[in-house]
Design a protein around this ligand. Structure first.
Ligand code: SF4
Length: 297
């Protein structure tokens, strides 16, 4: 059965009835930050009866539904807040002004910002406060990046991809450079190489987290060893989409699925081996169901 946080085996799970060999990536699924946020939410809900989360606590509809049963629910509007309510800040973190808004509402704040994201927020806050120009590599539409930008002093430059490098003006140096914690480690090296950076002058911190690095490296390795890859995770999950992109570069027969129900006969046509990896917000039980479904083929 799949294990969480890096305990997975690369060993084949065995020949299944139809003869498909199933392999798990060396690292996949839930990361420390997501586990911590869910644990905090459950502990708090057990005390208070209800916890609002400021945005979906996890990009996984099935998990969100299960948590709702424990009184943990996404906040739809601040108008729903009452003084004394509890609001959990999810692993992505929030801008500083959002914390102030919530404080003004008189709610209790439980901060479940992942420690890796918090570190990126602190770095950008400190160095932009000292006069460095903030340079953030990541998706400007992603909640984590919006949160990080909300801790900067002054405006930052956001570089989403290699095409964006041209908008960085070396005259604005010195820079403090950080990255989205779930950014592609392969893409980030290309971007760093193209940026007008000077390690002596600039503060450069690769804030891609260990869990992301492990999952991306393992996914790439796996994709080269199997006929097809199933990447399991929410369709809105940035880190799952990145895993799928990395696998697809190596293996065109890569399929992003949310649950076992998304597996189609076409995905397994003429396939002798299937690799499975999963995003940081995919629990083991969803991965187990995918493995079980493959056994039924
Ligand atoms: S992917 Fe990394 S940064 Fe994001 S929550 Fe998980 S451990 Fe934290």
């Amino acid at each position: 059965m799949p294990q969480s946080e890096g305990n997975a085996s690369m060993e084949p799970l065995g020949k299944e009835p139809r003869g498909i060999l199933v392999k798990l990536a060396r690292h996949y699924g839930y990361c420390m930050g997501v586990e911590l946020a869910i644990k905090k939410a459950l502990e708090t809900a057990a005390q208070t009866g209800r916890v609002w989360t400021d945005g979906p606590i996890i990009h996984n509809n099935e998990v969100v539904e299960k948590l709702r049963g424990h009184g943990i629910e996404k906040l739809r509007s601040d108008a729903d807040l009452r003084p004394g309510d509890t609001v959990l800040i999810r692993a992505h973190g929030v801008p500083r002004r959002r914390l102030l808004q919530l404080e003004e509402k008189g709610v209790r704040i439980v901060d479940a910002t992942c420690p890796h994201v918090k570190r990126a927020q602190e770095i950008i806050s400190r160095y932009t406060g000292e006069g460095y120009k903030g340079l953030v590599i990541g998706d400007p539409e992603h909640a984590e990046i919006k949160g990080i930008l909300g801790h900067a002093h002054g405006e930052c430059i956001v570089v989403r991809d290699i095409e964006d490098v041209g908008k960085v003006d070396g005259d604005e140096a010195p820079f403090v450079v950080i990255c989205q914690t779930t950014f592609s480690i392969f893409e980030i090296d290309r971007i760093f190489a193209a940026l007008p950076l000077d390690p002596e002058r600039d503060r450069i911190v690769k804030t891609v987290c260990r869990a992301t690095q492990d999952r991306q490296e393992a996914a790439r390795e796996l994709a080269a060893q199997v006929d097809a890859v199933l990447v399991v995770g929410g369709f809105h999950s940035a880190n799952t989409n990145r895993l799928a992109g990395i696998c697809r570069e190596i293996n065109p027969r890569t399929y992003h699925i949310e649950t076992a129900d998304d597996i189609t006969p076409e995905m397994l046509r003429d396939v002798d081996s299937v690799g499975i990896t999963a995003g940081a917000s995919t629990p083991d039980w969803i991965i187990c169901r995918v493995v079980s479904r493959l056994k039924e083929v």
